[in-house]
Design a protein around this ligand. Structure first.
Ligand SMILES: Cc1cc2nc3c(=O)[nH]c(=O)nc-3n(C[C@H](O)[C@H](O)[C@H](O)COP(=O)(O)O)c2cc1C
Length: 225
């Protein structure tokens, strides 16, 4: 059972979308519903929005790494610019108590836009550090809610679970940042016909009720019924 926030807690929520499918996107629809539901249940929540399909960080590069490793005394203009992007994104992430992430499954993993954002968050001394006992996450205490949308079904078989590098990747990377409370709202099988899509959305909406604390004591099957 995930930890629940008290109704009157003042919180910052970061709402992140990454689908390239615009108005036809399943994950965008789900993140919007998650955020609306969260605000209903936690009225003292302020929301910041980041659309990675519009405001896409560049691929992680030598210039993005430049300042961090101090390859030269004076950073170049490109290094400075890339560092500003990384700083803006990591500061925004660190300031949030709750992060709602729209994460479609594209080619068995997350969209490149979402990966580019995560590459900017993964910074030594900000979201993780290495110690003599191994890595330690520095961004603990947050809640992440992932809206996962998938054309096929992966969760119900070992083969499927081994093939997807989307939910499994997000669980690992947020865990690496020290975040243990990662909740999944999953619509899978959305490309398998109208009935399968309707069932997938029904199951996802049951997940939303649990993830936002609206129906914390009920399970998915009961809520989807
Ligand atoms: C470029 C692209 C790649 C996709 N790759 C996969 C895939 O590897 N496996 C899968 O089951 N579905 C795949 N799909 C289907 C999507 O997972 C599905 O359409 C889902 O709704 C995408 O989320 P979105 O609607 O929020 O963009 C792909 C769709 C697109 C557009």
């Amino acid at each position: 059972m995930p930890a629940l926030f008290k109704k009157d807690t003042i919180m910052k929520l970061l709402h992140v979308d990454s689908s390239v499918l615009g108005a036809n996107s399943v994950s965008r629809q789900l993140t919007a519903e998650i955020v609306a539901d969260w605000r209903k249940n936690h009225p003292h929540t302020s929301v910041e929005y980041l659309d990675l399909a519009v405001d896409t960080p560049n691929h992680f590069s030598a210039d993005a790494l430049g300042i961090k490793v101090g390859v030269q005394a004076e950073p170049t203009e490109a290094q400075r610019r890339e560092n500003e992007v990384s700083e803006r994104l990591v500061a925004q992430f660190l300031a949030a108590d709750v992060i709602v992430v729209g994460a479609p499954l594209y080619n068995f993993t997350v969209p490149t836009q979402l990966k580019a954002w995560i590459d900017r968050l993964a910074q030594v001394g900000r979201t993780f550090k290495y110690t003599d006992k191994g890595p330690v996450g520095l961004a603990g205490g947050k809640t992440v809610i992932v809206a996962s949308s998938r054309g096929g079904v992966y969760s119900t078989s070992e083969g499927g679970q081994a093939m997807e590098h989307q939910e499994s990747f997000l669980k690992v990377i947020f865990g690496f940042f020290g975040i243990t409370d990662v909740r999944f709202v999953r619509a899978e099988g959305v490309a398998m016909g109208d009935a399968a899509k309707a069932a997938a959305l029904g199951a996802a909406r049951a997940d939303i009720a649990v993830a936002t604390g609206r129906a914390a004591n009920q399970d998915r099957a009961t809520l989807a019924a």
